[in-house]
Design a protein around this ligand. Sequence first.
Ligand code: CUA
Length: 404
Amino acid sequence: MYPQVFDAAKQVDQAFLIIFGFSAVILLLICGVTLFFIWRYHHSRHPQAADIEGNVLAELIWTLLPTIIVMALFYFGWTSYSSMRDAPEGAMEISVDAKMWSWIFTYSNGKRANILMAPVNTPVKLNMTSKDVIHSFFVPAMRIKMDTVPGMSTYVWFKSDETGDFDILCAEYCGLKHANMITTLKVVAQEEFDAWLAGGDEQAQGKALLDKHGCLDCHTLDGAESDGPTLQGIAGREVRLLKPDGSTEKIEVTAQYLREAILYPDKSLVEGWDDIMPPYEGDISEEDLNGIVNYLMSGDSKGAHPGRAKAEMEGCISCHSTDGSIIEGPSFKGLYNSMRDVVDADGKESKVKAGDAYLREAILYPDKVLTKDYDDVMPPYDDMPKETLDDIVDWMKTLGAPEK
Ligand code: CUA
């Protein structure tokens, strides 16, 4: 079975095995008896069927025995249910907002994140709700699953005995990108959790990793030229790669590209730069590599637009591309200052220019300025902190002018 890292969850497994075991035994028993009766009471062996009228003992047995079995199964089910249900007093509380198609976790100090961080050996209670449709918060490793319902508050709790990364899934079909509604529960030591919660250190850690591996000897974080391209704003940058046969290819910098460029720089050389970077294959741990890639992609690296990271966290990017392709909503590319055919909440159509004010309104109250021919599926973001809204709108403006 899956790792057992949550004490209360062990009872769930136990209840499952007991109920499954009982059912299996009873299934075999019934099949056996049926086969035996078929053989024993075949008309060739038992030509004269007996006419039995009333048998108190038999009736008592077939009433009491199943009752006792069902009550025993109920007992195991109920005890495991209540241990999963009753969050201990003083559990650490984290709020969970589900929406198409991402999770946002808000911590006691107001910090928001897309991943669920939790200290080891600490009971954590998740107070959950949904911004749009019903989702279901599911952590298989903890055996917890609970629907998140718009306008309603639900909760689950867990406590992990071990540190590690565990999958979080959405277990309720919630539309086109339901399958993408996955994230990670990271259980870490208390000190690591405290440091993370206090914030700021991801940036320091990312930088420390770059320093540790000598990246900063050739790559700057402030946009200045050095022996290699600057890492400022590297996430999403368009670059031309030089292929071994001398041809070039235009790509956008993704996490996948960064991994390759670090491990095998000669295969991912950007046009105009010398092939002098040593391959890091075998020289860098998977953990450090992930740390560096995450840092560079997160937008925390100095100079990358903070709006991008925020748009990612708020889940905008799961429906709006930045490259002109259509996912669920209009692409952000070239959206700013473009002319839009919009439909208001009453169904009235008009043409508006997607300026600053329009973008803000479209984020806060999407149903009021819906772009024609798109479904009204975006939840209102009217509780988005102003700073986040400012950054996201600022960033959207950097995504190019409207196409002619
Ligand atoms: Cu959210 Cu499926």
